[in-house]
Design a protein around this ligand. Sequence first.
Ligand code: SAM
Length: 355
Amino acid sequence: MTALADLLVRRIRATGPITLADYMAECLLHPLHGYYSTRDPFGASGDFTTAPEISQMFGELLGLCLAQTWLDQGAPSRFTLAELGPGRGTLMADVLRATKGVPGFHAAAQVVMVEASPTLRRVQAQTLSRQRDHGTRWIEAIGDLPEQPLFLLANEFFDALPIHQFQRDGTEWRQRMVGLRDGQLAFGLSDPVNPFMVGQKFQNDPSGTIIEVCPLGRAIAGNVGHRLHHFGGAAIIIDYGGWRSKGNTLQALRAHRFEDPLANPGEADLTAHVDFEDIADKIRTPHSALTDQGTLLHRLGIASRSARLAANLTGPALESHLAAYHRLTDPAEMGSLFKAIAFHSLGTSAPPGFT
Ligand SMILES: C[S@@+](CC[C@H](N)C(=O)[O-])C[C@H]1O[C@@H](n2cnc3c(N)ncnc32)[C@H](O)[C@@H]1O
């Protein structure tokens, strides 16, 4: 049993079953035993690999996309360049390197990393220290962003936020809870809950349907929308999920393998698919269509960027570069599993690649 499992079993014994969102929050961000609080989980030796860790092209293209959007919105003289959940800081490092040549962009940008994990904040600072100092700030919550135009990236951030699950039972809804069976963590169902917690649009769904709700994701989306509406800017969100996500999508990943989400609390990454319609409902600014990651990267010019990088490579370096290109873009790999959407302030056009 992990140290966190022991704590959770004692808590549930004392005060009863906890919601799945409570369970996920403890597993991911418990100050002593949380998955993100205690480790750098990325890469071949970790538990999973994200797009920015696969190739510099991902961050370069998104950086240029954001810089063009900033120009299209009149190049505001001061703005926030923010990333939500920046992992190792690789995406922001690539964004900053790629946009060095955009006149005025760096001078106007105030770089802000929104990161809850102290361990990852240290890793990010180290990654960014290899470049010119941009006066980067770290904050734990989006509410502390400066009140000015916001140009924001979030890659594989929303999937890492705690979710509630509700299950249709006849005409009622019950919440999936984490309790105990034979002294071990086990899923169970609550008493019937107020259907309002699930949302109107699912009230005709058949018995057995599972719906996921992400209150923290909704609150963060609402905050982004408020900023885009009042101060201008754009937000690009990339993640796996769909326009309307249904069913049980909770998954646990450890050492690149799926496992039971209750098996090793604090030791495995827990994620759930992102419901982009739910995010759009909360941001409430104009937005692009939901676009496959591969399609977006092609529209942003990944084929020619890849060819330029390939021209300077040979042997294993060339092979691994080409493999990275395919992994990011191929529909059989990350190309269509991952989706991208851009939100932009009223009266402005969608970022390049999203139209
Ligand atoms: C799956 S990782 C994605 C990392 C990075 N964006 C990438 O693409 O490599 C999720 C990131 O979100 C951070 N995170 C998770 N929950 C958070 C929260 N509530 N507030 C801020 N950051 C959070 C994690 O610490 C981690 O940096």
